[in-house]
Design a binder for this molecule. Structure first.
Ligand code: NAD
Length: 260
């Protein structure tokens, strides 16, 4: 149980991040959600967490491109709830292009949001966790922290970087009852993925089943999507006492992708 504890989840206005926030709230944690979107949509999800789980939820608008705002987000959580006990670095974006055409500003943004933001968040959260003698830091990596795909240079570099940052932080914090792990999902069914299907059907003249199996899930042996709730359940497990000796791990949940 996470009753009395506080979780900060970056990029939790949709998809996997929102599932993490709801999972922690279901275990009794107060949550700081973060991310972009329509203010009315964010407020609806925030209020729904409070009413579904009888916890407190607040939104931090911190931009993961901006180190000072990331530090402010952690301070906001500590000020609002008294502590930040769980930090999930999850915000992420993607851009797909060959390296020689890859826009420099896209490279910089992906490295900043998908990798450096985790460094800034971990840096800000450590002093409080050390003081209280307990903490859980979880990073959303990806199958792309272990293997590459062409045309995703920045994303693959950032995700391999997250795996390295995870190991380093785990070693530094090992004697403080603070664990640091990353979760590496394969293809996860999020609104983002769902929305691509009709366009891909049209563009390639394929059925929905063909798009899912031959395009999206080509690399995933089970031919099934991971769900955001499954990823969140693993994160919740990592917060429990049974997981106190899991640290520095990169846990795959990818339908067999990286076994191939
Ligand atoms: P999503 O687009 O549904 O969610 C991304 C979240 O990040 C949103 O809340 C968005 O507002 C937020 N965000 C984006 N830029 C931000 C910024 N500058 N500052 C603050 N927040 C920002 O995507 P998702 O599929 O839920 O992805 C979440 C994480 O999971 C990412 O790190 C992604 O790389 C990773 N991941 C996703 C998949 C997948 O198939 N969907 C697979 C492996 C890993």
């Amino acid at each position: 149980t996470l009753t009395g504890k506080t979780a900060v989840v970056t990029g939790s206005t949709s998809g996997i991040g929102l599932a993490y926030a709801r999972a922690f709230a279901s275990a009794g944690a107060n949550v700081v959600i973060n991310g972009m979107g329509e203010p009315a949509d964010i407020e609806r999800e925030r209020a729904k967490i409070e009413s579904d789980f009888s916890v407190k939820a607040v939104h931090s608008p911190a931009d993961m491109l901006k180190p000072a705002e990331i530090a402010e987000m952690i301070a906001f959580g500590e000020k609002t709830f008294g502590s930040v006990d769980v930090l999930v670095n999850n915000a992420g974006i993607q851009f797909v292009a060959p390296i020689e055409d890859f826009p420099i500003e896209k490279w910089d943004a992906i490295i900043a949001i998908n990798l450096s933001s985790a460094f800034h968040g971990i840096r800000a959260v450590i002093p409080g966790m050390k003081k209280r003698g307990w903490g859980r830091i979880i990073n959303t990596a990806s199958a792309h922290s272990l293997v590459a795909s062409p045309f995703k240079s920045a994303y693959v570099a950032a995700k391999h970087g997250i795996a390295g940052l995870t190991k380093t932080a785990a070693l530094e914090l090992a004697t403080f009852k603070i664990t640091v792990n990353c979760i590496s999902p394969g293809y996860v069914w999020t609104p983002l993925v769902e929305k691509q299907i009709p366009d891909t059907m049209k563009a390639r003249g394929l059925t929905k089943e063909q798009v899912i199996n031959d395009v999206l899930l080509q690399a995933q042996p089970t031919k099934q999507f991971v769900t955001a709730e499954q990823v969140a359940a693993l994160a919740l497990y990592l917060c429990g006492d049974d997981a106190s000796q899991i640290t520095g791990a990169n846990l795959s949940m990818d339908g067999g992708w990286t076994a191939a």
